[in-house]
Design a protein around this ligand. Sequence first.
Ligand SMILES: [Fe+2]
Ligand SMILES: [Fe+2]
Length: 299
Amino acid sequence: MSGGSMSVTTFAGWTRGFEAEIERRRAQGEPDWAAGASLPGPLARSLQRFQVGEDGDGANLIRKADEAGDRDYAAAVRLFVAEEQNHARLLALLLGAGGMPTIAAHWSDSVFVRLRRLLGLRLELLVLMIAEVVALRYYRAVSEGAGDPLVGEVAARILADERRHVPFHCLRLREALGVLPGALRVLVMTGWRLLLLGATVVVAWDHGSALRDLGLPRRRFIADVMRSSSDVVADILPKSPCGELPPGAGLGSWETTDAVEGAGVPAPDRAGGVPRRPAVGTAAAHGARQSGRVRLSDR
Ligand SMILES: [Fe+2]
Ligand SMILES: [Fe+2]
């Protein structure tokens, strides 16, 4: 899947991709846990909370996927859940390498889980997508700013997976929202961005010390997440390229170089949720993906 050769237009394709990732991880082996990790207090507490969030058996999501009656999707969801559980395992081992325990629960995770349980598959995926989009920026900050080789490696591994999770959910949401009238779809995604903003502000507040130590001030974290969200919205709404690109390409523009380096409030066209990606198949779209503006998952 990392090579982008597999189609992502079907969930059977996604299943094969998740299975390929299992093989890739097996060949890659484990990080060097014995090297130990330097975990300053704020980062350790932050990682403990993300570890709780990654943990869970995903039974609720799997049940809803089963009820949806798409066997290919249900199979892919099981592999997705396993990948999230692997994140929890990696973070637990990383905390252990830094001499820190895991925690049993955190209020933010309890709220999140309860909210998801109340919802049907479509809305659950929208809530889950909030976590994925926030996680993209968080793990990139950890991978680039921690200054510890083991912390950086673990965060980079998780980040690579999260970059595939967004287009995976995106494909399902495009199908699920496609049955709604256009105006309602836009309303749903506007509401999603408002929820995302609220969640991002909470994360920025809750993890502010760690983010600051990682070189990412709260306001920039919020701005970067919201900027990336306009691309997610563009990918979910119809006639967008989410399901038509290989995983790396479909994902790259959600993390543009200026999102990494930019500061302050995003440009209005991006903050407003207006698709800024050229139409698929156009020379401009191809050029944008080839220009280096886009950061692909092969880093
Ligand atoms: Fe994860
Ligand atoms: Fe994820």
